[in-house]
Design a protein. Sequence first.
Length: 102
Amino acid sequence: MQDLGLFPPPHNEPPIVTPGKTDSSPPTDAIVLFNGRDLFQWRSVNGGEAKWQVKDGYLEVVPNTGDIATQKEFGDCQLHIEWALPLKLREKVKGVATVVFS
């Protein structure tokens, strides 16, 4: 079991968050990192714009373009991920999708 003494309590009490107006809308404090249309919130880790491709509402890695990272840096956070592969790609995908915190 993990020793919880290693993690200090937060300095501030987290704010109360108002849920989205519909089941599919984000909460009021959410920062939407991918909207299905563009890479506005992303950058290349090597500098410059993210070179991955947005297609049909999903994000696709373009070979040899490197990793991407968010434009903003985050400290303590609550992360919500909705992850799905388009039906037409489910049979083709051979790689592993990951999210890296560093």
